[in-house]
Design a protein around this ligand. Structure first.
Ligand code: NI
Ligand code: MN
Length: 223
């Protein structure tokens, strides 16, 4: 069974016994919530939603050590290639097949952290399961379309406010995505993005058809 492991902030690992692993926004060594040391982390692919420091994180270090492929927008991927790493460039709306399944880049309303770029989210088909990772984003009504175009098993949504959607906007996002399961992130890393995941869970399960799972940093969900 595929597994999603949360390492705090926006960092998730997708894994399945003996298969290729994907790291999402590997902010580890400077992440106050991270339960792992970057030295012990292995990944085959690294998905970067944008290049802000709390998302780019240890991507270069890990790509170098693991020979992992960075998948991101063309601006970020091309910079990574220039800097000597393996990367695959895509852009908003585009899907590409990989040995584990596929990755589609979705709109995210946020800065890119790199000149000329755009932030993104991802719909990942990981060995037959579909996961939406919103990246850093505000709420936008086209999220409805993302939920309609791909039948999602899991939607990962930021809830910490200030830099991204707050809790109540994320509940609306959850209603748009219609995923079986919603998992919150980008909260309680610092006081500025404090949010109560239990309040989010109550509201999601009250107002949408999705079940909400709160992952403490270091814990996993199998699906
Ligand atoms: Ni950001
Ligand atoms: Mn962020």
């Amino acid at each position: 069974m595929p597994q999603i492991t949360f390492w705090g902030h926006s960092c998730f690992l997708l894994s399945e016994n003996g298969k290729e692993t994907i790291l999402l926004d590997p902010f580890i060594s400077e992440n106050p919530l991270s339960p792992v040391n970057v030295e012990e982390v292995k990944a085959d692919y690294i998905l970067l939603s944008h290049a802000h420091w709390d998302h780019l994180g240890d991507a270069y270090d890990l790509a170098g050590k693991n020979g992992a492929t960075i998948i991101s927008t063309s601006e970020i991927a091309k910079q990574a290639i220039k800097d000597g790493f393996k990367a695959h460039a895509q852009h908003l709306g585009g899907r590409h097949k990989f040995p584990f399944g596929s990755v589609k880049l979705t709109l995210a309303l946020h800065g890119s952290g790199i000149a000329g770029g755009h932030a993104c989210g991802f719909v990942v088909d990981y060995y037959g399961k579909k996961i939406y990772f919103a990246g850093d984003t505000g709420l936008f009504s086209d999220m409805k379309l993302i939920g309609e175009l791909d039948s999602l098993d899991v939607a990962l949504l930021p809830i910490g406010d200030n830099f991204t959607m707050g809790l109540d906007d994320a509940v609306i996002a959850a209603s748009f995505m219609q995923a079986k399961v919603v998992i919150p992130y980008h909260y309680n890393t610092w006081p500025l993005i404090e949010a109560d995941p239990k309040e989010f869970k109550t509201k999601v399960e009250d107002k949408t058809g999705s079940y909400c799972i709160i992952l403490d940093p270091g814990s996993s969900y199998s699906f």
